[in-house]
Design a protein around this ligand. Sequence first.
Ligand code: TXA
Ligand code: MG
Length: 344
Amino acid sequence: METRILPADSPDTPEIAGEIIKNGGLVAIPTETVYGLGADGLNPEAVAKIFLAKGRPQDNPLILHITGPEQIPLYCHHVPAGAYALAEAFWPGPLTMVLPARETVPKCTTAGLPTVGIRCPDSAVTRAIIAKAGVPIAAPSANISGKPSTTTAAHVLHDHNGRIDAVVDGGPCRVGVESTIVDLTEERPRLLRPGGITPEQLLEVLGDLVVDKAVTAQIDKDAVVKAPGMKYRHYAPQCQVLIVSGSREKAAAYIRRHYEPGDRVLCFREELPLYEGCNPLSYGLEADVSTLSAGLFSALRELDDPAVHRVFARCPQGGGVAYAVQNRLKKAAAFHIIDPEQTL
Ligand code: TXA
Ligand code: MG
């Protein structure tokens, strides 16, 4: 199969991509977070193609992408007022809500769960494609399962060229990490995955928020977790990734002492001069965390190379979007964190 590349700014793209989706095909769609691998979320055969293309475990549910809050009742029931308040505040945008699923949503989309993740992306072309298709688009991040997510059309083609019908090229993703996921099916709202909408922003609208343990700690692969995707090794290059915490100087001293040929250093742009001779790669500015979230997956994909033996990574501190960057890096590092103050 030839994978068509459809420019996001071409007036024909929504029609062409919508038609492919309607006919049960696969289209990679741009969003503000990462590229998604989209199919008709109400068509079990189309959804099965997503799992096959990604090599995704069958117990990992998909997010339904819709055109706006007016579509929530089509796919969800018992929708709490907080869901509409969140949609009003943050949609279109990088927020997924988990709500009780209606029978209209097939089991393969929800991986058999009684709930469904739903989101309205902040990409005009993608919303136009959903509208033209006339169905919600089920879309996981477009990467092959376990690999770093795709934030450009080139990343998507690297993973799927010749195996999907089309990719809509909307340029690099603005946020660069996947959407925030909040579960609204229990008594208290629960953060399942941090992202572009911060815990602070959720709290301001909801007045309450529990952070799921899968956000902050390594989860056993046999554990029962709220967001099944959170227990798998994720976002990771093939080699070992070690986060080195601590001050700029202490971390650099530690890394320079332990650096061996074949290692790489993933650092902030401000730190590049400290790692001369250690093959550093910067993923953005520490002083502007949005550049770190936007650059993280491109950098992790570059490091996903058999020639790279080990990665020493620097991770931003603090809350807000830095919290999402920490979460992805810690997962890529399987929570291996070195504190140079405590280690020789
Ligand atoms: O930003 C995003 O959310 C991107 C773009 C394409 O929209 N999509 C994305 O999908 O990140 P994916 O499949 O890579 O991650 C979805 C996560 C998985 O961890 C999955 O387990 C969880 O959401 N999830 C989906 N439906 C769920 C549900 N009903 N209950 C709990 N977790 C759910
Ligand atoms: Mg993913």
